[in-house]
Design a protein. Structure first.
Length: 397
């Protein structure tokens, strides 16, 4: 396994900064509102657009990676994300903040996101080790949230939100050398040219004609709703409960820390047991965790315990979902097909981010969204059960 650590570490660094940076942005919402004429609902909509764009950009990044190479997709995404972060402090109108947060920053992060990173790693490790490799990569991304979220809180508190975003811009640019280390070697079925384009299109048709793939994508929708609602509105939930704002950074950091452990456990489990049953168990656990949180007294200890429990399941869905895509369709078009699944994830993310702000705006609380989250988690736990964990026969369509 040691000879495969270099590409895994390179991909993990990129994902860590990209994913961790996305957790810093919601921490600036209150300061943006105070410093500009923008309101909470507008910011919620911008972040909701960002959720969808991140998912769609994973699909676009997957196509770029499968046709032109992983490193090209990663470099393009890093540059776009850095540019988006750098212009946020200069946004004054709704359209400007939507372009900066929702399109540039989120779009760039998506192009250099999990779909391309996991595809790059999948091409460099043997199939029997891919599950553990995905777990390590996902854990590396979670470390970004663990460290960058509290660092973001410290920078915002001491130097201001604009300086924090500038620091994030520089950090993103520092990940560019790692993209070169994930350059493809050898020929790929999805290489450039007419045949490559036809192959990708054909594989997309086969995927959409496969019930197991559709079930997987629908379940991933729930994950997106859950993760986006927590990431964007946890600071608001904490403020609603009358607790100190610094708890937001520590809560997100704790989610990231326990997600490291959850990701590693996920990688270990899916290398040995059923991937679909693991996914079903994770979603069921989420429903139970949220129910317990809702009926518990809201204190700092409650939020920290909730964050730890949540973190164990937070993104542990990613390694088994990616592994199932690779098992069903192989490595050559994995970036594209996993990117489509991530787009479903982020459609759910759009609703989680936007409905959190919408229902708070009309009801003054988040209870309705928590209840929707519970129902979706139970739905996801059920829909994974019919999935068939086997290679899909690539017959002509």
């Amino acid at each position: 396994m040691y000879i495969y650590l270099f590409p895994i570490i390179s991909a993990s660094v990129i994902v860590a900064v990209s994913f961790g940076g996305r957790q810093i942005l919601p921490l600036t919402i209150d300061d943006i509102i105070t410093s500009t004429s923008l309101d909470y609902l507008t910011l919620s909509f911008a972040f909701a657009i960002g959720q969808v764009m991140w998912g769609f950009a994973n699909y676009i990044g997957g196509i770029i990676a499968d046709k032109f190479g992983n490193e090209k997709a990663l470099i393009l995404g890093i540059l776009l994300s850095a540019f988006g972060c750098s212009v946020i402090p200069y946004c004054e109108s709704p359209i400007e903040i939507i372009l900066a947060v929702g399109l540039l920053s989120a779009g760039g992060s998506g192009i250099a996101g999990l779909a391309v990173a996991m595809s790059a790693v999948n091409k460099k490790v043997p199939p029997e080790k891919s599950g553990m490799a995905f777990g390590i990569l996902n854990a590396g991304g979670s470390l970004g949230q663990t460290f960058l979220a509290p660092i973001g809180v410290i920078l915002i508190a001491n130097y201001g939100w604009a300086i924090a975003l500038n620091a994030l811009t520089v950090l993103l640019l520092c990940t560019l050398p790692f993209a070169y280390m994930l350059k493809d070697s050898g020929s790929r079925v999805g290489s450039t040219g007419k045949n490559g384009t036809e192959n990708i299109s054909r594989m997309i048709k086969i995927a959409f004609a496969t019930p197991s793939y559709n079930f997987l994508a629908l379940g991933f929708f729930t994950c997106g709703f859950h993760v986006a609602f927590i990431a964007v509105h946890m600071p608001g939930v904490i403020a609603y409960c009358g607790l100190p704002p610094t708890l937001s950074g520590w809560s997100l950091a704790l989610i990231g820390l326990f997600n490291v452990m959850g990701s590693l456990v996920a990688g270990w489990c899916i290398s040995r047991w059923s991937k679909k049953l693991f996914l079903s168990l994770v979603y069921l656990s989420r429903a139970i965790i949220v129910v317990v949180f809702l009926v518990s007294p809201k204190s700092e200890v409650t939020f920290l315990v909730f964050s730890a429990a949540l973190g164990a399941t937070y993104l542990s869905t990613v390694p088994p979902t990616a592994a199932l895509v690779a098992k069903m369709f192989g490595a050559n078009c994995m970036a594209t097909l996993f990117g489509i699944a991530l787009f479903s994830h982020q459609v759910g993310g759009f609703l989680g981010a936007y409905l959190g702000g919408y229902f708070f705006d009309i009801t003054g609380e988040y209870t309705v969204v928590w209840l929707i989250d519970i129902v979706l988690a139970l739905f996801a736990a059920t829909i994974h059960l019919p999935i068939k964990e086997k290679l899909v026969t690539q017959t002509a369509i």
